[in-house]
Design a protein around this ligand. Structure first.
Ligand SMILES: [Zn+2]
Length: 519
């Protein structure tokens, strides 16, 4: 009785819609021989599911026999997708997710993007996934799917790493040069082996632990610094892990931390060391987390690309007043009252974020605050120093004249070429008139001349347009420069203006700046 009522409920859930289903079956030889999961059992399981769902009808079974995920030919799969495209089936049933795609990326793509788009219902019986579930169950389904895909991530990565470890194991000797941090290299029975160096190995373990507990690379570097742990290059020089009195403590780089988090030698499965510093499970969890983080980072970059970004008008002229390094810039995103999302820049000295002795006094300044300061400084400079203003005006005048002369010369060249061609044209006519060339030949040459002249005319027009644009921009610049010099408030600082006026801006703490003007 209970069974019938469930059936009715689910039929209602599909809104009376009926499905034609394909069962997809894949046999991977090595793994399934062990698990005893034959094609028949996979099909039987799927058929069982269809029996329980009256709205589904079996259309066909699609079978692929293969070795491992990546290599086998997928004729069955191709045939099934062809039937999907031709609308013969709109439901796909598999035993579990891992039967389906060659890897997590492909599987995720089909289930999350392609099938919803094509209106295909996807069912993975053992995993409890049925994409045609309604209402509150959707969230649960998404979570479930995500978890399964993540599991596949970890397995895919494990397979990749294992095959590279295999290659190294076959080589037998440790040939890697300087031993990885956490190990020391020793000769044993005529072979060079890696042995654990406890104190450093503990640091490696700590790094993995911190990362898996949710700390980012930056935070890990901070903690290592607080713990006074030498970075590997210093450790190699001094021979000890912890910083002693009188020694310089330098912070770890994120590249080094990342290298430790991704080096499979720490699983101790290579031929030259059986000493594991971290377990396989920890290593693979870390790998999956790193990959997810990289993916998130990519997505964020994509989002940023779509955002309207203000021009970075200070690019190239901004320096740290204390250490002289070029200032770095960070983008912050703000949502305005109007709902518009804009990003803005703030600038900082890259060394102000250091932890060690090379740390620069911290300073950071937002683009709009900097703009105000620069405007004020410029006005002060020009209002007070009439001398400088005069020099600048003369220089601008010279530059404009040079530019105008250049354009004029280009136009003159065009005119001369046109004159030349016109003369040639009448000469050709004369030749035809005197019977030196045929009418056909004359017409051919005449056409060539015309085409050539059209080209020159076009070029002349384009030069003129450029000239007018240049003029217009120069007028705007002139206006802005005058605004600065006469102390008017309302003028816009542009990159061009800054390039004309300023050689270098040095930024100090507490929003202090020093400006070097162009001579
Ligand atoms: Zn600095």
């Amino acid at each position: 009785m209970a069974k019938t009522s469930r059936k009715r409920k689910e039929e209602q859930g599909t809104g009376g819609k009926r499905f034609l289903a394909g069962i997809y079956v894949r046999l991977s030889v090595e793994a399934d021989a062990r698990k005893n999961e034959s094609i028949d059992t996979q099909i039987a399981l799927a058929k069982e599911y269809i029996k329980e769902h009256k709205e589904i009808e079996l259309f066909d079974c699609y079978i692929d026999l293969g070795k491992t995920g990546t290599h086998f030919k997928r004729e069955g799969f191709e045939r099934m997708m062809e039937d999907v495209r031709k609308n013969r089936i709109d439901c796909i049933i598999v035993k579990d997710l891992s039967r389906f795609g060659r890897n997590h990326i492909e599987t995720g793509n089909y289930i999350q993007k392609i099938f919803p788009f094509m209106g295909v219902r996807f069912i993975a019986v053992s995993d409890g996934i049925d994409t045609y579930q309604m209402g509150e169950k959707t969230d649960e389904l998404t979570m479930n799917l995500k978890n399964l895909l993540n599991e596949m991530y970890a397995k895919d990565i494990a397979a990749k790493v294992k095959s590279s470890v295999q290659i190294r194991r076959e080589q037998g000797n440790y040939t890697g040069g300087i031993p990885p941090y956490g190990y020391i290299a020793k000769w044993k029975n005529g072979k060079k082996k890696l042995l654990i160096y406890k104190e450093a190995a503990k640091v490696v373990q700590d790094i993995y632990r911190m990362y898996l507990s949710g700390k980012g690379l930056k935070r890990i570097i901070e903690e290592l610094y607080i713990l006074k742990i030498h970075r590997p290059s210093t450790y190699r020089k001094t021979g000890h892990v912890f910083c002693r009195n009188g020694e310089l403590l330098e912070q770890w780089t994120s590249a080094t931390v990342k290298w430790i988090l991704t080096n499979s030698v720490y699983m101790g499965r290579d031929c030259y060391t059986q000493d594991a510093i971290v377990s396989e499970s920890i290593f693979f969890q870390t790998a999956a987390r790193l990959e997810n983080a990289a993916k998130r980072c990519c997505e964020q970059k994509e989002r940023f690309k779509k955002m309207p970004v203000r021009e970075d008008i200070f690019g190239g002229i901004l320096y740290c007043g204390d250490c002289g390094k070029r200032m770095g810039k960070a983008v912050s995103v703000k949502k305005l009252c109007s709902g518009e999302v804009v990003s803005n820049y703030s600038y900082y000295c890259p060394d102000s974020k250091r932890l060690d002795a090379l740390k620069c006094p911290s300073k950071s300044i937002g683009a709009s605050a900097l703009e105000k300061l620069v405007k004020n400084a410029l006005q002060r400079e020009f209002v007070l120093a009439g001398e400088h203003r005069k020099r600048l005006e003369e220089k601008r005048k010279r530059q404009t004249e040079d530019m105008e002369n250049k354009f004029r010369w280009e136009i003159t060249k065009c005119d001369r070429k046109l004159e030349n061609r016109k003369r040639q044209d009448s000469e050709e006519y004369l030749k035809y008139y005197m019977g030196e060339i045929s009418l056909q030949e004359y017409q051919k040459r005449k056409k060539e001349n015309r085409d050539w002249m059209d080209e020159i005319l076009e070029r002349k027009e384009s030069i003129k347009r450029q000239y007018h644009n240049m003029k217009r921009e120069a007028v705007a610049e002139e206006e802005a420069l005058k605004g600065i010099m006469e102390g008017r408030e309302a003028f816009v600082l542009t990159k061009e203006i800054l390039q004309i006026l300023i050689k270098r801006i040095a930024v100090y703490q507490n929003h202090q700046i020093k400006i070097d003007l162009e001579e």
